[in-house]
Write a protein that binds this ligand. Structure first.
Ligand SMILES: [Zn+2]
Length: 331
């Protein structure tokens, strides 16, 4: 090595000093490099530790890095929820109001003889609500889209275990041709019917079925009722033919589009006299005994309906008549 040359006697003192300085410089350089390598090693170690903490499940990025697996679970849960419409609605209702009690749907017994009752014109008044909710039977409440109390009543009735339908105002023969805001009118084309019903249904929560309100003229129009039933089918809603007129085309449209026949056979409270209502309920029971099923319509607001229908349901149950949601039976 050149370091050994420094001892050669021929070297001048100046040269020897120069060599010593060079040697000192090299030593200092080695120490600097060692210090630098040590610093780099420590810095790398610290960086690895900090990165590990940031990427860990308890680190500050846990929400970003570990939400994907949670999202997959939600997707699976959502697809499970799609298995039934009612199940989905119950779940979504619970998820928005976690403290609300779980909805228990009224028992629907379709074993013949079975009666399905639709309560029309729901939405105008609240004073009958306690009378209706006292009835432990599978009633379908058909709710008018626009009266101010409709949404609140639909929520309360749904949460009480009943099925909610939309009661579609449909134009009538003069002089009472106006059936209500959001009505289907004779002469509407398919697009107008669809947009009207889209607006109507946005006003009523939990709708799974529909029937017509009034509609003595509109229900006679096969094209109008075909558009209506097409819309209902596209939304997965069941349809009851209210039989607002003797020549109603709702059932004809349903059958043409592959939907089952659900006819109103008895207007239960055509008169307010309790004896009339009892007689109409007996008429429904006779039809159910004869045909296996029977569907009747009564009205939300009429003075004696809720009380007498409730009493007659108990009486007929004791006689072996079953009660089902109109959703679950056909005729
Ligand atoms: Zn009505």
């Amino acid at each position: 090595m050149k370091d050994d040359d420094s001892d050669h006697p021929e070297f001048s003192k100046t040269e020897a000093r120069r060599i010593q300085e060079r040697r000192a410089y090299r030593h200092a350089e080695r120490r600097r490099r060692a210090r630098r390598n040590r610093t780099i090693t420590i810095a790398l170690a610290v960086a690895v530790i900090v990165l590990a903490i940031i990427l860990s499940p308890v680190g500050p990025l846990k929400g970003v890095l570990y939400s994907r697996s949670g999202g997959k679970k939600e997707t699976v849960a959502a697809s499970d929820e799609r298995t039934t419409r009612s199940a989905r609605k119950v779940t979504s209702s619970n998820s928005t109001t976690p403290s609300a009690p779980v909805r228990v749907e009224k028992k629907s017994n379709t074993t013949p003889p079975a009666i399905g009752i639709v309560v029309d014109d729901t939405g105008n008044v609240t004073d009958k609500l306690p009378l209706w909710t006292a009835i432990d039977a599978p009633l379908c409440f058909s709710v008018m889209p626009y009266p101010p109390l409709s949404q609140q009543l639909a929520e309360q009735l749904f949460n009480s275990g009943y099925v909610i339908m939309m009661h579609v105002p449909t134009d009538n023969a003069p002089p009472n041709s106006f059936a209500g805001t959001g009505q289907l009118a004779t002469g509407m084309d398919r697009a107008a019917v669809f947009s009207t019903l889209d607006s109507d249904v946005s006003k009523v929560p939990h709708v799974t079925g529909m029937n017509n309100h009034m509609g003595g003229r509109g229900c006679d129009q096969l094209d109008l009722m075909t558009y209506e039933v097409e819309w209902a089918k596209s939304k997965g809603l069941f349809v009851v033919d209210s039989k607002s007129s003797v020549s109603s085309k709702v059932t004809k449209a349903c059958l043409a589009l592959g939907l089952p026949e659900r006819n109103n056979e008895v207007f239960i409270d055509h008169q307010n006299d309790p004896a009339y209502i009892r007689g109409a309920m007996r008429q429904l029971a006779d039809l159910a005994r004869k045909n296996g099923t029977a569907i009747g319509i009564c009205h939300w607001h009429r003075p004696n309906t809720a009380t007498v229908v409730g009493e007659m349901i108990q009486t007929l149950k004791a006689e072996g008549i079953h009660f089902a949601f109109a959703r679950d039976i056909t005729n």
